[in-house]
Ligand binder design. Sequence first.
Ligand SMILES: [Ca+2]
Length: 199
Amino acid sequence: MFRMFVSSVIVATAIAAASAASATVITPVGVTASSEWGIWGPTHYRGINVINGSGLEAGLHDGDFNNMWLTWEGTSATLDFDLGADYQLTGINIWNYNSDIELERGAQDFVLSVSLDGVGYSQILAGSLSMGTGGLIPAESFALDGLARYVRLDILNNHGGAWVGLSEVNFTAVPEPAALPLLGAGVGLLGLSLRRRRA
Ligand SMILES: [Ca+2]
């Protein structure tokens, strides 16, 4: 009975570890914006500001425009993300443009496409974003189901004004393959324990 208990604990621990990993946040390793402001120094309103955690603390993004991305021209734009590896995506978190200079610059309608080679893309989501508030804002989260190394976010329009921008973007994905053998080992031990009990 003790062995059964220990095995159950192992299985429960393995499942808990796998579940916790399922909420793993994936921060892209690179981003390319079709347009970015970029005349006020190396970081102001650059695309990098949506993946470098700037202005983000405890899941909330601040209202400092230094921590955001904005187009140089146009109210539609494309952000191409490189996740650095293949992931089975479960969600995307988007913090909209959040400077009260002009909150209408925030993105509105968008479509999301994924790719494994950065060449052929498949659309897996169409959505809309709310305007920021200028204060601390949470992400707007959307469920995803797609295998991807590369993600393309096409912003179709904004809420008003001459430009469009965002504050931050990240993703969630299922557990890393390395977490799965642990779960398998736990189930295997339970099976071994049951066989011994019957003998
Ligand atoms: Ca940011």
